[in-house]
Unconditional design. Structure first.
Length: 276
């Protein structure tokens, strides 16, 4: 079983010819609503890779929660441990202009209120793998890592977005999954982590541990959109945890490649807000 603790968002992506300036209104070309948030994206990816997955997180009481959870259920993820909290569901407002540049406003909403209750702690302790990212409070990430460590659950951390972390966290982590930039930003911390898995975009991925370094090249695909490739990779890697590094890297690369072949973080998107 893989337990994923993290964020879930409603993403709204609008496309317009050019960005509005302050005080201006422009007419957009299209709008797409989809389920986002690194936690939810990685949970869906782990389920698609064949793992039994429990997602732990929170949505608001604004109606968006049910809409973002539905595709997670469809992906086969257990959402029994998702809490409803007062206030908005996490929300990302993305605007893309004619040149493909984007602006993003993220409102953490319910994600900022994720804490662990006894049931969550039991689910983490019972899991084989705990997969974490950094879009929920660092104190909750640390608490979960310590519970997992004490219970013998493997702790996998995708330290994204890079932010200040409680020092004790690194001692409770078995593996980190980083991209090239994150690896550079965290170089002085990663020396303490037994397994460092680095994604290398079109060059595949690398696994460094005490027993050496394994590199696997990427699957060749026609790239549509690289959004979400890292999350697909992380979810699939968690699902493959326990298999030899080369096998796990191959499966994770396959998931990453599949993600870059689709537009958006999640392929189950719709341009109609009520049919999600
Ligand atoms: P991030 O999107 O988090 O920066 P990467 O760009 O390193 O992460 O991509 C994550 C993984 O997705 C890679 O390790 C690889 O498996 C896959 N991937 C990314 N870009 C490509 C590509 N152009 N062709 C094939 N696979 C890719």
């Amino acid at each position: 079983t893989v337990a994923v603790l993290g964020s879930i968002n409603l993403d709204a992506v609008t496309v317009c010819e050019r960005f509005p300036t302050a005080g201006e209104t422009v007419i957009g070309r299209s709008v797409t609503f989809s389920r986002g948030g690194k936690g939810a994206n990685q949970a869906a990816a782990a389920a698609r890779a064949g793992a039994t997955v429990t997602f732990i997180g929170a949505v608001g009481d604004d109606g968006a929660g049910e809409r973002v959870l539905a595709p997670l259920v469809a992906a086969g993820v257990d959402i029994a441990r998702v809490r409803r909290v007062p206030g908005p569901t996490g929300f990302a407002c993305v605007t893309v202009d004619g040149a493909g540049e984007n602006t993003i406003v993220v409102v953490p909403g319910a994600n900022a209120a994720v804490t662990l209750d006894d049931g969550d702690c039991a689910a983490i302790a019972a899991a084989d793998v705990l997969l974490l990212q950094l879009e929920i409070p660092p104190a909750t990430v640390l608490a979960a890592a310590r519970i997992a460590r004490a219970a013998g659950t493997a702790v996998l951390l995708n330290p994204s977005p890079v932010r200040e972390l409680p020092d004790g966290l690194w001692a409770a982590v078995d593996a980190v999954i980083v991209n090239h930039e994150e690896e550079r930003a965290l170089a002085d911390r990663l020396g303490r982590v037994p397994h460092v898995i680095t994604t290398l975009g079109a060059d595949g991925a690398r696994w460094r541990s005490g027993s050496g370094t394994v590199t696997e090249s990427a699957v060749r695909v026609a790239v549509v959109d690289t959004t979400g490739a890292g999350d697909a990779f992380a979810g699939a890697l968690a699902a493959a945890w326990g298999t030899p590094p080369r096998t796990a890297l191959r499966q994770a690369n396959a998931a990453g490649a599949e993600a870059v072949g689709f537009a958006g973080a999640e392929r189950h998107t719709t341009t109609h807000p009520t049919s999600m």
